[in-house]
Design a protein around this ligand. Structure first.
Ligand code: ADP
Ligand code: MG
Length: 239
């Protein structure tokens, strides 16, 4: 779908946020960018979203770049309008483009919010607000969904449920996902590919391909992936 070739991003003042990033995102990938705070994960997502330009290198779309609505974005903060209902929030991108808002209501149901359509964000839990944000991003059926530490502020029980649901949803909707996290466990659970990033300057230190996503946290394959990624990160710090 997309190739990043030798991308660098240097901020004014000389901070090298990204250097020599080579990355391939294939249709159907659940790619997790795993790395410590400040290693340039959000900067890389912004470049992929087209919200920022690299100093050197190129992002090459294999078909054509997605149309508006072709890329969905979910952040750690659900960024909902406080005065609007769950249904109105989820429908916003479709409404702004003058499209039918029906898919937003079906998506709200799909993310488990049937019965909460008319609730305002203040009446919803943190997990439910994140579900509205997810429904809003998925309703226009994006080809690519970019997620920037979406579950970092949630408690562990809620986080586990949302991880399982996002994993199922990505497969069901055949959406390609680039998901940023600093959690090894989250990466091991969700990813079909993990790109491990190292900090200053931000580089891709290693990539790991996993054939199938994990569906059961008690599956020994999950523990094995956690061990693989822990080992890879350890090698990085030793080097
Ligand atoms: P991450 O998401 O991995 O935590 P970021 O991509 O947000 O990292 O930031 C990478 C580095 O670039 C950090 O050192 C950060 O302080 C710096 N940075 C990010 N955005 C800007 C900006 N607009 N101007 C200057 N420095 C920035
Ligand atoms: Mg970030």
């Amino acid at each position: 779908m997309l190739r990043a070739k030798n991308i660098s991003r240097v901020f004014p003042g000389g901070l090298v946020a990204l250097q020599g990033i080579d990355l391939r995102i294939a249709e159907g990938d659940f790619l997790v960018l795993l790395g410590p705070s400040g290693c340039g994960k959000s900067t890389l997502l912004r470049l992929i979203a087209g919200l920022d330009k690299p100093q050197s290198g190129a992002l090459i779309w294999e078909q054509k770049a997605p149309a508006p609505g072709g890329i969905g974005f979910v952040f750690q903060d659900p960024t909902l309008m406080p005065w609007a209902t769950a249904a109105e929030n989820a429908a916003l991108p479709l409404r702004l483009r003058g499209q039918d808002t029906g898919p937003a209501s079906s998506m709200l149901t799909r993310v488990g919010l049937a019965g909460f359509e008319h609730a305002r964000p203040a009446k919803l839990s943190g997990g439910m607000r994140m579900r509205v944000s997810l429904a809003r991003a998925l309703a226009p059926r994006p080809r690519l969904l970019l997620m920037d530490e979406p579950f970092a502020a949630l408690d562990e029980f809620t986080r586990h449920r949302l991880q399982s649901d996002v994993s199922d949803l990505a497969r069901e909707t055949k959406c390609t996902v680039v998901f940023v996290t600093h959690s090894i466990y989250e990466a091991a659970f969700l990813a079909t590919r993990v790109a491990i990033m190292s900090a200053r300057p931000g580089r891709i230190a290693a990539t790991h391909d996993f054939a199938t996503p994990i569906t059961d946290r008690l599956d020994p394959a999950y523990a094995a992936r956690v061990a693989d990624l822990t080992h890879a990160l350890g090698a990085l710090h030793a080097g």
